[in-house]
Design a protein around this ligand. Structure first.
Ligand code: CMP
Length: 136
């Protein structure tokens, strides 16, 4: 039975700054993800605070929101069978130090903050996050 899902992916400022946008997109495509929509934007800190609201009580929240709004990012809707889990596997652990070989964060991540990519962590959050960046 087909279980095609969509998930939201963000190429974060550290990766855009290092001109890794196309390389990372090629990794997604080579693993069977379709990029349904994508755009390069820079967001205000207030928008980053809304996006990461689930983390608002965490000690890293302020730095995280400052960071996500610090430079251009690329937001994408990715589609594939079981896209949410598949994207999280392909990204690797949040901290690049813990990420396995072959994952995007292992290859490109610099630190837990500058970990190059974000991906939705559940189907429900994928819908919310896609709606956040792609209104129509
Ligand atoms: P991301 O998947 O975008 O979701 C929240 C981000 O917070 C996470 O990636 C990390 O870049 C960042 N972050 C910073 N410190 C931590 C931490 N201690 N635990 C989890 N995430 C953290």
């Amino acid at each position: 039975m087909s279980n095609v899902e969509q998930t939201l992916s963000i190429i974060k400022p550290d990766a855009v700054e290092r001109k890794l946008e196309n390389e990372i997109k090629e990794i997604f495509k080579s693993k069977g993800f379709k990029i349904i929509k994508d755009k390069k934007i820079q967001i205000e800190k207030a928008e980053a605070e809304k996006f990461y609201k689930v983390h608002e009580t965490k000690p890293f929240y302020n730095d995280l929101c400052t960071y996500l709004s610090s430079g251009p990012i690329v937001v994408m809707i990715l589609e594939k069978e079981n896209a949410v889990v598949g994207n999280r596997e392909l990204m690797g652990a949040t901290n690049p130090k813990d990420a396995k070989d072959g994952t995007i964060r292992k290859k490109y991540g610099i630190s837990i903050d500058k970990n190059s990519v974000h991906g939705s962590d559940s189907i429900d959050n994928a819908k919310i996050e896609i709606g956040f960046f792609f209104k129509d």
